[in-house]
Design a protein around this ligand. Structure first.
Ligand code: NAG
Ligand code: NAG
Ligand code: NAG
Ligand code: NAG
Ligand code: NAG
Ligand code: NAG
Ligand code: NAG
Ligand code: NAG
Ligand code: NAG
Length: 557
């Protein structure tokens, strides 16, 4: 023992003398931040902190910092240096302190301090609570706890590791616990498995056995530590989907971290949902947004079929160690009666408005067409007992040549010859010597219409015409006969017209003859003649041909 001590002292002396001459050449890197902890009585291999240079061709020297003595390389000594490791086999509480690792080659020197702390276990425990590895996890089917930082001490895998929980040995042959290499496997993990796990590895050196122990605290929670992603779509909702329509669903979630998305049905990937390519699933894509990273994945139905309804299609969010899901369900849209009724109503209104406008515009043509068509050919007015279709009033004393032409030539030409009406025109159809008053009264009562031709001279020449007064009386007071007013020229001033004419004009308007006396103007299909025909009664086809013949004959005379 004495000898040993002497040798040791000698060694210290020689080492210190060796180191003294070379200190001034070395680059000082200071002190390494990381501390090497070891429990008193257990082995420690402290690593030289100049790690990046360790593999190069340097001579390595360890020096105890406070004494500046080089540490021996003698492997039989409790504390000795062995290349990049400073070995304490075992460590003593006195060994706590700073150790200098010095690297040298022929031209270069660098040094850095390593702090070693030798600690004791807490009272009554198999570990020091300050020197524990800490881990957190959520519940998983099984948990694997590794015995940390032992690989440099024991190089083989089939080591026999003892495991303790809260310093109580665990039965590694039970259903719950088992050991595999340097790991403890825990099955059916629950929050009850939280605790301080200590592993103990046997270590042999020079025929002496030591223990290496490490303690790791595991916190096992069933409340996930990761924050929840914000699911934008789907959110366990029901959507209206048309049968047979194509459909694109986009699963969308916001998360500040990494997640994966996948569409599933009945816990099976949607890629396998339909045998053909009817349903296509996209990939998880992501775009940064203000609210965090937006993840999305499309699901395309080329067409929706009956069996897709009322199924829950899930979008699953996969976090690091767990997953959540949200579904969407399809429902057939309710038939939209309200919309349909509104549409129907609107179209009906539109049709009616268009029809009303069309009727207003084409009223005349429609009535004329109707009269010409077979529906109107029933002899509806056969029994009204009238002989003439219209009684023509015009200023006979007129100086207007045009008025005479129109009354005596144009009207008969169009209405009688072409439209088969029967007219009574004073001056043509009255027999000389007939009592005028009787004739007019009788003839008008035998007529269905009265046509009055107006000119600017009308009022002066015809204003007190007896004939006209009778007609007005009949038409307005007895309201039996309809009057048709025709302006032969633009009449600017009606003030001098008889009240009855003003009244008729206001009530039903006037027709204006703008035509030249041309072939075209004599066609009953011009607007003017159509308007006249419209106001005329339907043509009486059963007409007394004899009377017509007599008149025609008279005309020829
Ligand atoms: C620790 O060091 C002190 C003085 O430095 C010494 O008295 C003591 O014996 C040492 N203890 C051990 C276990 O070596
Ligand atoms: C390392 O040390 C050995 C023996 O002390 C010596 O022979 C060798 O030259 C040294 N190498 C360097 C690079 O200093
Ligand atoms: C000594 O180490 C330094 C730093 O790595 C290197 O630059 C130098 O080349 C080395 N010298 C020799 C002789 O290997
Ligand atoms: C446990 O370790 C800490 C930190 O090194 C130390 O301060 C404390 O004294 C140790 N506890 C015991 C009981 O040694
Ligand atoms: C682990 O040990 C520390 C200190 O001994 C204790 O405070 C803690 O509650 C233990 N952990 C568990 C999960 O029991
Ligand atoms: C190692 O620990 C075991 C208990 O786990 C103990 O029985 C044994 O004596 C210890 N060995 C040494 C060298 O301390
Ligand atoms: C869901 O999957 C299970 C097992 O894969 C299967 O037996 C079951 O029929 C499926 N259900 C539907 C509705 O497809
Ligand atoms: C799904 O459809 C959308 C729009 O129709 C298209 O942009 C997208 O690329 C489609 N995705 C797949 C996987 O076919
Ligand atoms: C992501 O981080 C931003 C900025 O801190 C925050 O405004 C947003 O709410 C976060 N989004 C989520 C989904 O947590």
């Amino acid at each position: 023992m004495l000898c040993h001590l002497l040798l040791f002292t000698f060694h210290i002396l020689t080492s210190s003398s060796l180191s003294v001459g070379k200190t001034e050449l070395c680059n000082d890197e200071g002190t390494e931040f990381e501390i090497e902890y070891v429990t008193a009585g257990q082995p420690l291999y402290a690593l030289c902190p100049l790690q990046i240079l360790l593999d190069k061709n340097f001579n390595i020297t360890w020096i105890k910092h406070d004494s500046q003595t080089e540490i021996t390389s003698d492997k039989q000594t409790r504390v000795h240096q062995d290349q990049k490791y400073l070995k304490f086999i075992p460590a003593d509480l006195n060994d706590s302190g700073l150790y200098q690792c010095i690297l040298r080659n022929s031209t270069f020197c660098v040094k850095k301090l390593r702090r070693v702390k030798v600690i004791k276990h807490d009272d009554g425990l198999c570990y020091n609570h300050s020197v524990r590895f800490l881990s957190r996890t959520t519940i998983e089917p099984s948990l694997r706890i590794e015995c940390p930082n032992i690989d440099i001490y024991v190089k083989y895998w089939n080591i026999k590791v003892k495991w303790f929980k809260e310093c109580q040995p665990l039965d590694l042959d039970s259903k719950h616990y088992s050991a595999l290499g340097k790991s403890l496997i825990i099955k059916d993990v629950s929050t009850q498995d939280s605790g301080n796990y200590t592993c103990e590895v046997p270590f042999m050196y020079n025929g002496v056995s030591y223990n290496i122990s490490r303690t790791r605290e595991y916190s096992i929670s069933d409340i996930p530590n990761e924050p929840e992603a914000v699911m934008v779509f789907p959110t366990n909702n029901v959507i209206d989907v048309e049968l047979g329509a194509p459909l694109t669903l986009t699963c969308k979630a916001l998360y500040n971290g990494t997640i994966g998305l996948v569409w599933t049905y009945n816990e099976t990937n949607m890629a396998l949902y339909a045998e053909d390519d009817r349903v296509i699933m996209g990939f998880t894509e992501q775009t940064p947004t203000e609210d965090g990273m937006q993840y999305f994945m499309t699901l395309n139905f080329t067409k929706v079929i009956e069996e897709d309804y009322n199924r829950k299609f899930y979008c699953n969010i996969w976090y690091f160690s767990r997953s959540t899901n949200f579904y969407v369900t399809f429902k057939k849209p309710d038939p939209n009666y309200q919309g349909f009724l509104i549409a129907l109503f609107v179209s009906l209104m539109l049709v009616i408005v268009i029809a009303v406008i069309a009727i207003r515009i084409f009223k005349v043509d429609i009535v004329l067409w109707y009269r010409n068509s077979c529906f109107a050919n029933a002899d509806q007015k056969a029994a009204d007992g009238k002989i003439y279709d219209a009684y023509i009033i015009y200023p006979k004393k007129s100086t207007s040549y045009e008025m005479d032409i129109f009354a005596l030539k144009v009207l008969p030409e169009v209405l009688e010859k072409q439209c088969a009406y029967r007219l009574f025109i004073i001056g043509r159809d009255d027999l000389p010597g007939q009592a005028m008053a009787d004739l007019v009264d009788k003839t008008i009562s035998q007529s269905r219409r009265v046509i009055i031709l107006l000119g600017n001279i009308f009022c002066e020449k015809l204003g007190d015409d007896f004939e006209q007064k009778i007609a007005m009386y009949d038409a307005l007071i007895r309201n039996k006969i309809k009057v048709i007013l025709i302006e032969m020229e633009k009449i600017t001033d009606y003030t001098d017209m008889p009240e009855s004419i003003k009244y008729i004009k206001q009530k039903q308007g006037v027709l204006r003859w703008k035509g030249e006396f041309t072939e075209a103007a004599l066609s009953p299909n011009t607007r003017f003649w159509k308007n006249i025909r419209y106001q005329m009664p339907p043509v009486q086809h059963h007409y007394d041909e004899e009377l017509h013949y007599i008149h025609s004959g008279e005309e020829m005379n």
